[in-house]
Design a protein around this ligand. Sequence first.
Ligand code: SAM
Length: 325
Amino acid sequence: MTHTTLSVGEAHVPVLLEEVVAGLAITQGDTIVDATFGAGGYARALLAAGAGRVIGFDRDPDAIANGPSLVPHSLQEGGRLTLIEERFSLMEQALRDRDLLPVDGVTMDIGVSSMQLDQAERGFAFSNDGPLDMRMSQSGQTAAEFLNEAEEAEIARVIRDYGEEPRARKVAHAIVAARPLTRTAELAAVVRKALGHHAGMKSDPATRTFQAIRIHLNAELDELEAGLRAAERSLRAGGRLAVVTFHSLEDRIVKRFLRARSGATPAGSRHRPLAAAGPSPSFTSVAKPLSPSDGELARNPRARSARLRTAVRTDAPAWDQEIAA
Ligand SMILES: C[S@@+](CC[C@H](N)C(=O)[O-])C[C@H]1O[C@@H](n2cnc3c(N)ncnc32)[C@H](O)[C@@H]1O
């Protein structure tokens, strides 16, 4: 495992930062969970805005190891920053173990950090040749192991479902024909050749395949669903949730979760009229999604598809069921 020391200047540019801080409506002394610490951009802003304590989670050991160096010492004084290497789906247990439940706010900023993308050896980027790795937690199956061992149909399913790639079968076929693959540049070349690529294309055709493999290996959508439920169990009544997503697959999960939990899902139908009598809403004040301002997009084009959804926890018990489809 490599620990790279990063300066704040090189780090991730936080997305929708002001909007997240505003959405959490911090009161002096609040305890806030930053479920995706990354390069600490949100954590710094939350502490500066008056949070008494920030509990930062990240499944990436490098993010946790670098964390203390990314937050000014003055903001960490008095134990105001706690960093935990853990998946956010397990936040409730980790918070309980430290006697920190319930919390006043939870924020999640879903996806990869620029630190992960920019470090070639992590294997997340096709623009930066590196080993085919893509594991956020630096453990488990690598992208190379998946691509070299999985059945063609399984590779096609992943690329279709998580990359929304209309020609997933063609890409999977080309991958299997080119095995073994070991480098991100090799994979990118195989996908571009399969799909056709010419200079001046709006986006690289390999983008969707890389996204898909990353989401699959890290079980990112399952983690997001479980993380939302863990946040629901961890927030106090009146506590706030602020979730930033990076693409529509993720945003849809958050939208459906908040719609169901706030009682806005038409739970009944002609055939199931009584389904409306479900649990009491566990969230309220679900706000319309926010997108980055023109100013933010000019500074950070990577924020293009980001969306922020916020809501306030009610005093009803957490729901004990899967997200309504
Ligand atoms: C987009 S970055 C967050 C950037 C951060 N908001 C900032 O301002 O620097 C997402 C981070 O979440 C982490 N992450 C993704 N899924 C996770 C999960 N299920 N549990 C914990 N951390 C996760 C990634 O390792 C990455 O460091």
